[in-house]
Design a protein around this ligand. Sequence first.
Ligand SMILES: CC(C)(COP(=O)(O)OP(=O)(O)OC[C@H]1O[C@@H](n2cnc3c(N)ncnc32)[C@H](O)[C@@H]1OP(=O)(O)O)[C@@H](O)C(=O)NCCC(=O)NCCS
Length: 191
Amino acid sequence: MLLNDEAYELNGRSIILRSATEDDAEMLLDYIKTVTGETRFLICEPDEIKYTIDGEKAFIKSHNDSDSAMLMLAFVDGEYAGNCSFSRIHHTRRGKHRAEIGIALFQRFTGFGLGRLMLERLLQVIKEMGYEQAELTVHSDNARAHHLYESLGFKDCGRIPNASKFDDGTYSDDVLMVLPMSEVKYISTWV
Ligand SMILES: CC(C)(COP(=O)(O)OP(=O)(O)OC[C@H]1O[C@@H](n2cnc3c(N)ncnc32)[C@H](O)[C@@H]1OP(=O)(O)O)[C@@H](O)C(=O)NCCC(=O)NCCS
């Protein structure tokens, strides 16, 4: 699914939300290597990123061509700030009503409401597409993300103990969260 350029203003900063193009592939590769090093809350360590430019182009194309997934980039005053996305969890008739969400911003673009704006817009698209629920996984020690998801209506629905083991030998649990689309009512304020 494609998202054409959308302009917003947030705390005096200009925001553009849009889909990626294949020309963004190198930027996305640099981004994923950086953000995985900035926080413990993502899927892996930077040295485990083995993606290639061609792989990124294929990833972008698969989201843009899909009728069930979308990749949304955010730019703050013209600078790339991060992205969020959703995709169908299962393509079977039993599972195709469930969308899975992911989001990560560069640290310097966190904490001023951008994550909320992006997720509200993403959830609006998810709802319009007819999905019945949005789901995500968050590390148990990621208080900021958990607060944001709860404030958007997501509720805890399960927990996997010690789901992530870090290089220093410590662990964190995965908290599973779900949001029924029937409860999404706030998002029309943005568009
Ligand atoms: C998680 C993330 C997407 C949130 O986006 P963001 O733009 O920073 O979040 P926002 O500014 O829109 O909202 C953050 C909310 O958390 C609150 N918050 C900030 N720090 C907090 C903390 N330590 N504990 C609890 N709440 C906190 C803020 O007050 C705000 O809530 P409010 O709007 O009710 O005041 C972003 O911080 C990020 O990409 N982090 C690194 C990667 C990551 O953790 N990804 C999520 C993986 S599940």
